[in-house]
Design a protein around this ligand. Structure first.
Ligand SMILES: *Cc1c(COP(=O)(O)O)cnc(C)c1O
Length: 383
């Protein structure tokens, strides 16, 4: 069963045919262990080297600074734990924000149990975490700063380069979760002065279960997985060769056409927002009005039940999300919406629609028509 209109690109995306095609030989013909000295192992190793070069090129990094992982969550866990543990002789204070992905927040909570102190910077009502707030939170014992580049729920873009500049000037390593940024805005580890940067392939038309952590040369880090010598002895285990090949391909495709994609998807986003405002009385946009991910539409429709709207949208063949995918299904209201000041009732009546390049204006018209009918119907039922 398929949704005819897919508006949940922040949760995951389809693998591009070109990416799939690049991966296939590494399941069958070139199945060798990349550590093997024989031909099929060497083929796998060469393919991984190529993927590492593609990934590095897309980030302005060097291939030796790319470490493949199992995805965004692992990369975030590793960045925080690996850097905190390697630097605990220098201090025990970490700075992050209240609107990070759970992969960052829950790792911070685990580190707090081990004696680290964490400051959670507060965003303003648009979800923007000001560099000044970072500046003020720094202490002599601060050993790590982790602030995301773009928010996965409300789409607000953050000033990564400003964070990086502050961190560098104080000699503190800077990690950024750029999972939502890849393919949407240009990423450059030099311009951002990032020391650690997380990505996940399935958010930009690569396969699920593969990601990477960029680790700037010279950054003190503990290993993620102990074992063999893979990933320069930092992340042991026989590599996910097809996944890594797919990620490399998806990265070069994503990095290639950022301005064109952002313009096209951004125009669709504005079209959808305008249409919803005209068709649905009282609808409010969450997140920043302009500094937001090209594909992110996050709205509150007063007095509506988000889950009820989602179910009806699904019946009409439209896939959307009520909060972030990680929080829907659980009863906890979204920590991001809470942090930007939405009440529990407003949080419950919120909807996230994240667009991709394959969406069309005709689909937006359909979404506007269907959603306004759903809202009118639910409102009528209550009266
Ligand atoms: C999806 C996402 C993650 C987690 O990535 P996975 O590969 O699914 O583990 C982390 N951070 C952000 C901002 C995300 O959107």
């Amino acid at each position: 069963m398929r949704n005819r209109i897919y508006l949940d690109h922040a949760a995951t995306t389809a693998v591009t045919p070109e990416v799939l095609e690049a991966m296939l030989p590494y399941f069958t013909e070139s199945y060798g262990n990349p550590s093997g000295v024989y031909a099929t192992g060497r083929e796998a190793h060469r393919a991984m080297d190529q993927a590492r070069r593609e990934a590095a090129a897309a980030l302005g990094a060097r291939p030796q600074e790319i470490y493949f992982t199992s995805g965004g969550s692992e990369s975030d866990n590793w960045a925080l734990t690996g850097a905190a543990m390697a630097r605990r002789d220098r201090g025990n204070h970490i700075i992050t924000s209240a609107i990070e992905h759970h992969a960052v927040l829950h790792t911070c909570q685990a580190l707090e149990k081990q004696g680290f102190q964490v400051t959670y910077l507060k965003p303003d009502s648009r979800g923007y975490v000001a560099p000044e707030a970072l500046e003020q939170a720094i202490r002599p014992e601060t050993i790590l700063i982790s602030l995301m580049a773009a928010n996965n729920e409300i789409g607000t873009l953050q000033p990564a380069a400003a964070y990086g500049e502050i961190a560098r000037s104080r000699g503190i390593p800077f990690h950024t979760d750029a999972v939502q940024a890849m393919g949407a805005i240009p990423i450059d580890v030099e311009a951002w002065q990032a020391d650690l940067l997380s990505l996940s392939a399935h958010k930009f038309h690569g396969p699920k279960g593969v990601g990477l952590l960029y680790i700037r040369k010279g950054t003190r880090m503990d290993a993620m997985i102990h074992g063999g010598a893979q990933e320069r002895r930092m992340r042991a285990g026989t590599e996910n060769v097809p996944g890594i090949v797919g990620m490399g391909k998806a990265m070069s495709l994503a990095a290639d056409r950022i301005p064109e994609r952002a313009a096209r998807v951004g125009a669709l986003r504005e079209y959808l927002i305008r249409g919803l405002r005209e068709a649905i009385p009282g609808v409010r946009l969450n997140g920043h009005p302009s500094d937001r991910l090209p594909g992110n539409v996050h709205v509150t429709i007063p007095d509506m039940d988000g889950e009820a709207m989602l179910l009806r949208l699904d019946l009409a063949g439209i896939a959307a999300s009520s909060g972030s995918a990680c929080t829907s299904g659980s009863v906890d209201p979204s920590h991001v919406l809470e942090a930007i000041g939405l009440s529990p009732a407003e949080t419950r009546s919120s909807l996230r629609m994240t667009l991709g390049e394959e969406n069309t204006e005709a689909e937006m018209n359909e979404v506007i028509r269907v959603l306004s009918a759903i809202v009118a119907d639910l409102r009528a039922m209550r009266e």
